[in-house]
Design a protein. Structure first.
Length: 163
């Protein structure tokens, strides 16, 4: 277990499309464990593999009970409604902006054992799924921001917005 360096905006790695995970092995487990440590240390709500320099399709997303769900080879298979909300990103420190996302999404993904699951989420969790899966396609939330917010409006309690 170790804390990995978080890649910041401006690094080309954040703009590249990630390849699928094909090997569910010790190397993957170490990466996932390190991402848990890194995300906990950074007080974030989500972290995608390219943010630690790995161009593979996997991410951690904070879910309803505030634990981190590991999603491997995730895909959004259904979207419903619309919501406007604030987002931040651990790769874009100190910035927050308003982004439109679906209110509800269903995601299909594999766990670290390679087993497939489907999960439907609403509100903030739906937003977090969209944000992380965008990272896997080389997209940052900043491409979707309609309005930047004053960082002074955010308190310690809002640190979980960073993903
Ligand atoms: Ni992010």
């Amino acid at each position: 277990m170790a804390i990995r360096n978080i890649v910041k905006v401006g690094d080309d790695i954040l703009t590249r499309k990630c390849r699928p995970v094909t090997d569910f092995n010790d190397r993957l487990f170490t990466l996932l464990d390190d991402m848990h440590d890194t995300l906990t240390d950074a007080h974030g709500a989500g972290l995608a593999a390219p943010q630690v320099g790995i161009l593979r399709r996997l991410a951690l997303v904070m879910v309803e009970d505030e634990s981190f769900l590991e999603i491997i080879n995730p895909e959004i298979i259904a979207r419903e409604g619309e919501q406007d909300g604030a987002e931040g990103c651990l790769s874009v420190p100190g910035k927050y902006g308003m982004v439109k996302r679906p209110m509800k999404v269903t995601v299909r993904y594999q766990d670290r054992g390679g087993e497939w699951h489907e999960r439907t989420a609403e509100g903030f969790t739906a937003r977090a799924f969209c944000h992380e899966i965008d990272h896997l396609d080389g997209h940052l939330y900043t491409e979707l921001v309609t309005e930047y917010l004053d960082p002074d409006d955010f308190t310690e309690d809002d640190e979980g917005e960073d993903q």
